[in-house]
Design a protein around this ligand. Structure first.
Ligand SMILES: Cc1ncc(COP(=O)(O)O)c(C=O)c1O
Length: 378
C-alpha cells in the first residue's frame, strides 16, 4: 500500500515477458507509437508525449534542463517534498529559484501565485506538483494554470501521482509541460519517465538563447527521432514499454471515467476509515488527494514500531518525509487497488494502533469505511 511502486496487474507482467524485439525494429516502433497514442488519449491531447528510460525525476530533469535557461527566474511553488524537487532542479541548472511556500498539508493558493506573478515581471516559469505524494494534497492545477497563462509564463507540472488516477487535462488547464512516471497510477514497474510538451514549451525550447548541458534528456533530439522513426534516440526500456502499453489498454477497458471515479471512491473510503478511528489527516479537507492519504500519528505511537507491526501483518505502508518524517504515515489507493485492499488496510491499522495503546473502539474505522462504501455507487 505504499504510494509507488504500486502492485501491477498480472497482464502487465505477462506483456513484459513477451519476446524482446530490438528497439529499431518495426514491431517495437509499432508498440512505441501505440503506447504514445494511448498516453495522448489518457491526457486528452494531440500534442507530443516523449518517453524516457529513467524514473519520474528524469522527466522532471528533462523539463528543467530543456525549458529553463541558466539565470532565468522560476517560481517554484513548494508545499511538500516533491514540489521542492523542482526548486532543487532549478538551482542545479543554474536558474534562480524563487520559492513560494505553503505549509505541508496545505494546498497552493492561486491568489498568492497571482500576486507573485503580478509583482515580479522577470519570472519566466512556474512549477507545481499536482498531487503532492508527500502530504496527500491535490493542488488546484487548473486554477493556477489559468493564472500562469494570464501572465504568459511557462507552467510546468509534476503529474507523477495524478496521471492515470485523477483528472488531468494539460491542454484545457493551460499546462506547458507535464511529467509522469510508470510506477504510480500508470501501474507499471519503475523505470519510465514520460513528458508531455505543449506548443508554447516547444517554442521556448526552440528559441532559447542559452542551452543547458544535457545529452540523454535532450527533448529536441527525442522528438526528432520519434517523429522520424517512431522510437527513441537511445536503447529503449523495451519490456517496460510492453508493460505500459498493456496497462493503458487495461485502463481503457475499465473506462476513463470509471477508473478515475474508482480512485476518488477509494480515497473517500480510506479517509472515512481513518477519520472513523478518530485520527487526523494531514491534508486540508478541501484539497484531499484521491490517490494517497497521509495520516497524523496520535501521540504515543512511534513510526518505526507501528509500520513494522503493520508490515508483519502483511501490509507495507509508507512513512513521512522531510518535516513530517516520523509524524505521519501514508497509504496509496492507485492503479489496481480495490475496496478489498483499503478495507483490509484500515482493519490491520486499527488492530496495530490498538495493540500499541491507542484508545479506539475496535471496528470503528472499518465500520466508518463500510458505511462510506454503502453510500457509494459501484
Ligand atoms: C509527486 C512525485 N513527484 C516525483 C516523484 C519522484 O519520482 P521518481 O522516484 O520516479 O523519480 C515522486 C515519487 O514518489 C512523486 O510521487
Amino acid at each position: 500500500m505504499i504510494p509507488g511502486p504500486v502492485p501491477v496487474h498480472p497482464r502487465v507482467y505477462r506483456a513484459m515477458s513477451r519476446v524482446l524485439y530490438g528497439h529499431r525494429t518495426k514491431e517495437y516502433q509499432t508498440t512505441y507509437k501505440e503506447t504514445v497514442a494511448l498516453l495522448q488519449r489518457l491526457l486528452h491531447t494531440e500534442q507530443d508525449v516523449l518517453i524516457f528510460a529513467g524514473s519520474g525525476t528524469a522527466a522532471m530533469e528533462a523539463a528543467t534542463a530543456n525549458a529553463i535557461e541558466p539565470g532565468e527566474k522560476v517560481l517554484n511553488v513548494v508545499n511538500g517534498k516533491f514540489s521542492e524537487r523542482w526548486s532543487e532542479l532549478t538551482t542545479a541548472f543554474g536558474a534562480q529559484s524563487l520559492v513560494q511556500e505553503f505549509a505541508y498539508g496545505q494546498a497552493a493558493e492561486p491568489d498568492a501565485i497571482r500576486e507573485s506573478l503580478a509583482s515580479d515581471q522577470s519570472i519566466r516559469a512556474v512549477t507545481i506538483c499536482h498531487n503532492e505524494t508527500s502530504t496527500g494534497v491535490l493542488n488546484p492545477a487548473k486554477e493556477i494554470g489559468q493564472i500562469v497563462r494570464d501572465y504568459d509564463r511557462l507552467f510546468i507540472v509534476d503529474g507523477i501521482t495524478s496521471v492515470g488516477g485523477d483528472y488531468v487535462y494539460p491542454d484545457k488547464w493551460n499546462f506547458d509541460m507535464l511529467v509522469t512516471g510508470s510506477q504510480k497510477c500508470l501501474g507499471v514497474p519503475p523505470g519510465l519517465g514520460m513528458i508531455w510538451v505543449g506548443s508554447r514549451a516547444w517554442k521556448k525550447i526552440e528559441t532559447r538563447k542559452q542551452r543547458n548541458p544535457t545529452y540523454y534528456l535532450d527533448l529536441l533530439k527525442a522528438k526528432k527521432r520519434y517523429d522520424g522513426f517512431g522510437d527513441s534516440p537511445f536503447t529503449s526500456a523495451v519490456s517496460l514499454m510492453y508493460g505500459l502499453r498493456e496497462s493503458l489498454i487495461i485502463m481503457f477497458e475499465e473506462g476513463y471515467e470509471q477508473r478515475i471515479e474508482r480512485h476518488h471512491r477509494l480515497g473517500r473510503i480510506t479517509r472515512a476509515g481513518y477519520l472513523g478511528m478518530g485520527l487526523d489527516l494531514l491534508a486540508d479537507p478541501a484539497h484531499y488527494s484521491n490517490t494517497v492519504t497521509a495520516v497524523k500519528y496520535p501521540s504515543g505511537i512511534t513510526d518505526k514500531e507501528f509500520r513494522a507491526q503493520v508490515r508483519n501483518l502483511g501490509i507495507l505502508i509508507a512513512g513521512g518525509q522531510g518535516p513530517v518524517k516520523g509524524k505521519i504515515w501514508r497509504t496509496n489507493h492507485m492503479n489496481v487497488c480495490t475496496e478489498r485492499d483499503v478495507l483490509a488496510t484500515i482493519a490491520i491499522i486499527e488492530i496495530v494502533l490498538k495493540r500499541l495503546g491507542y484508545e479506539v473502539p475496535i471496528g470503528s474505522g472499518v465500520l466508518a469505511a463500510q458505511e462510506q462504501l454503502l453510500k457509494e455507487k459501484f
